[in-house]
Design a binder for this molecule. Structure first.
Ligand code: SAM
Length: 330
């Protein structure tokens, strides 16, 4: 699949549920209304959709959400998708998780062929963790991380940089990840979904600033490690760990975008920061043949936009897109 700008689309991110056991302040409102069950694709339908993408050239699948590991019977889907790893048509099956259920699932994930996972941790302070996630408990996530490490999963920690919230902890996070053998990526907060008032402007911290500050304390060596994603990585000489920066606001990376995003209702978003989308549920349900579905996927890829234009400043405090990150998956 090649889009109008010559980019090969080889990466599908799938939000398997919009539900989550956390309510992170920058991600969701506390009183989120979730989708009725009837609208949500069954695990069999998700498998059929993912498999169509794999047939059309997707080499990497990431399950996300909401929280992917709170979807009932999620391991059925992982198990069934792992056949594409075994046959060699898929290079990687991975997931992004808040870590709360890893204690239960880490070993099984590893057995099914998952090699690395991203775990979101914004703070190492238990009180602050509950303040940010509203419902989360840091010790449960720490248990999950220990299980994942024990299972032999490679772990990357994702930390959203939040002004006045966790910006005093970046050094601790770097040192912790160095000790644990985790990669670490800082992410700029993106204007997605209404979270009330001018909260975004208050939270937004440009990573160009963070990087300059970190460079005073740590020796950051340029490396050309790439995971096919938007992060630019450096090696922290003092810890030996990798440190990445995802900068959708200060540096737009759309020229190398290789991905599209599927929601749990079968809507395909061709860009995280644009509203245009394609309904794949209708062609999926309309026919037992995959031909109409594949046609709809090709049509959607032909409309993939050049990029997003996220802006957060005093004149742009509202969301760039109305949907929350939990709809399309981070
Ligand atoms: N529940 C899983 C998790 O916690 O990783 C997967 C879904 S979550 C939406 C994926 C990632 O998106 C998390 O790292 C989260 O911190 C990030 N995220 C959510 N809203 C965001 C926003 N407005 N800007 C930047 N990152 C955001």
């Amino acid at each position: 699949m090649i889009d109008p700008f010559g980019r090969t689309i080889s990466y599908l991110r799938v939000s398997v549920t919009d539900r989550c056991d956390f309510r992170c302040v920058y991600c969701m409102a506390e009183d989120m209304t979730f989708l009725p069950k009837a609208e949500i694709l069954t695990l069999e339908e998700l498998d059929r959709l993912c498999s169509a993408f794999v047939r059309l050239g997707v080499r990497k699948l990431r399950l996300t959400g909401g929280e992917p590991l709170v979807r009932k019977n999620i391991m059925h889907l992982v198990r069934s998708l792992s056949r594409h790893l075994e046959s060699g048509v898929l290079d990687e099956l991975t997931l992004t998780t808040n870590g709360s259920q890893l204690g239960k699932y880490a070993h099984e994930l590893k057995r099914l062929g998952v090699r690395r996972i991203n775990v979101s941790v914004d703070t190492l302070d238990a009180k602050k963790f509950t303040a940010i996630t509203r419902w989360g408990k840091l010790d449960k996530v720490q248990e999950g991380l220990a299980a994942a490490k024990d299972a032999g999963l490679a772990i990357k920690i994702n930390t959203v940089a939040l002004k006045g919230v966790n910006d005093d902890e970046f050094d601790d996070l770097i040192a912790w990840c160095g000790r644990e053998g985790f990669d670490l990526t800082f992410i700029e907060v993106m204007p997605m979904g209404d979270i009330g008032g001018e909260a975004r402007l208050d939270q937004y911290l440009p990573l160009s600033l963070v990087r300059a500050q970190l460079a005073q304390r740590w020796t950051l060596d340029e490396i050309d490690y790439r995971t096919g994603g938007p992060a630019r990585y450096m090696r922290v000489r003092e810890t030996g760990g990798r440190l990445g920066f995802i900068t959708p606001l200060t540096h737009n990376f759309c020229e190398s975008c290789n991905r599209v995003r599927l929601t749990c209702t079968g809507t395909l978003y061709m860009c995280l920061g644009q509203d245009d989308a394609a309904d794949l549920r209708a062609p999926l349900r309309a026919s037992a043949s995959d031909a109409p579905l594949e046609g709809a996927i090709h049509e959607a890829i032909a409309r993939k936009p050049k990029g997003h234009d996220f802006i957060i400043d005093r004149r742009h405090t509202g969301p760039a897109v109305a949907r929350h990150m939990s709809v399309t998956g981070g």
